[in-house]
Design a protein around this ligand. Structure first.
Ligand SMILES: [Fe+2]
Length: 373
């Protein structure tokens, strides 16, 4: 389990660590790394200018050799140079099942959540007031949730850096208790001439420097936000739609390897995720484009979904919910609408972008829950 937090202590001022162990038993200390980023590592404005705020120091610690499905407690600490300690409050989590282990596994997947202020005091980019509803429903239901995947468009800070702190404060009751896995979206990554696949300005100059520093993901290179993660009966292959995924690219090789390297006898659920819709969506823009997807998505990836029998593919970006029938060669292969059993022989594509009517608090949509069988 990875624990990440932010403080005002540079490594020269205090040593960061996590004190953790089985609930009610002797606790041990694990060291934490310290990262930060500077104004000149931002790619443009407003992140470099009016949106800049010193982020403090971001600490990450890896709690290793966990026993599966066990209750742990943990507490962040800093040892100051004068020998005294500063402590956070105490938190707890249940460790993940061993890959391939059969147990009840409940997964929440959505994109595009964002943040908002409860007193309505946002001055900048007040995009996602309904995110409070989603956050509150998740917190209420937290005892029925094992892992959360937030697949891109995370805070919508768009270069106003203090809003990342608002976002992490908003999701802390969730992210401090269950694994909160992130994907990268256009609002984290896109900026012209910085290597993003799309040359727009959606990140407000952040060019993913903030997301890749603030959130640990088990990627080989966090600047390329693709990775795989196993959770019990599931293998999740998380793509980065803001980097080229087409055949022949490094990311395409990763996706194929992620699909090919899982033992389906042990992990029957193979799930593909990306921020933009690389499968199917009836979103208006995609419809006008005539593609009903992000152009060039299926062209490269469909043969991999089919060859490796991917069960489900999830997307955000479109702020809505849609789910296809199981699809093979662009055709529905099953007329069932909601309860599937046995071999499905196609991939179900789900758009789970958190819906939000602007400037109201009516949007409630928490994606989909899958229960491993
Ligand atoms: Fe998006």
């Amino acid at each position: 389990m990875t624990v990440t937090w932010t403080s005002g202590y540079d490594i020269k001022e205090a040593v960061p660590f996590v004190l953790w162990g089985f609930k009610g038993r002797v606790q041990k200390k694990s060291p934490a790394g310290t990262l930060t980023f500077k104004r000149n590592s931002m790619c443009g404005s407003p992140a470099r200018t009016v949106g800049w705020k010193d982020p403090g120091f971001i600490h990450t610690s890896f709690l290793k050799d966990l026993w599966p499905n066990s209750q742990y407690t943990y507490q962040m600490g800093h040892l100051l140079s004068n020998g005294t300690y500063v402590w956070s409050k105490s938190y707890s989590f249940k460790s993940s099942p061993y890959p391939g282990q059969d147990s009840l596994q409940r997964v929440i997947i959505f994109g595009d959540m964002g943040k908002a202020e409860r007193d309505g005091s946002n001055e900048y980019s007040n995009y996602q007031p309904g995110s409070l509803n989603t956050t509150d429903r998740l917190i209420e239901d937290l005892s029925n949730i094992d892992i959360v995947l937030h697949i891109g468009d995370i805070s919508y800070a768009n270069g106003y850096i203090s809003q990342w702190d608002q976002f992490t404060a908003q999701v802390e009751p969730i992210a401090s208790k269950v694994p909160y896995m992130l994907g990268s979206g256009n609002h984290e990554r896109d900026w012209p001439d910085t290597g993003s696949f799309y040359e727009n300005m959606d990140s407000g100059g952040e060019c993913a420097v903030i997301a890749e520093t603030m959130f640990y993901v088990p990627a080989e290179n966090r600047a390329k936000y693709w990775y795989s993660t196993d959770y019990g009966l599931f293998r999740f292959c998380i793509a980065d739609s803001e980097h080229d995924w087409r055949e022949g690219t490094e990311q395409y090789r990763f996706i194929e390897n992620c699909f090919a390297s899982v033992n389906r006898h042990k992990q029957p659920w193979l799930i593909f995720l990306s921020h933009r819709v690389l499968g199917y969506s009836s979103n208006e823009w995609y419809g006008l484009e005539g593609s009903f997807e992000e152009p060039m998505g299926r062209e490269s990836l469909q043969k991999l979904w089919q060859k490796y029998r991917v069960d489900m593919a999830f997307y955000g970006h479109v702020h809505n919910y849609e789910r296809t029938c199981p699809i093979y060669q662009n055709q529905c292969v099953n007329s069932e609408k909601s309860h599937y059993s046995g071999t499905v022989s196609g991939t179900i594509h789900v758009v789970a972008g958190r819906e939000d009517a602007p400037y109201t608090t009516s949007g409630v949509s928490i994606g989909i829950t899958i229960t491993g069988l």
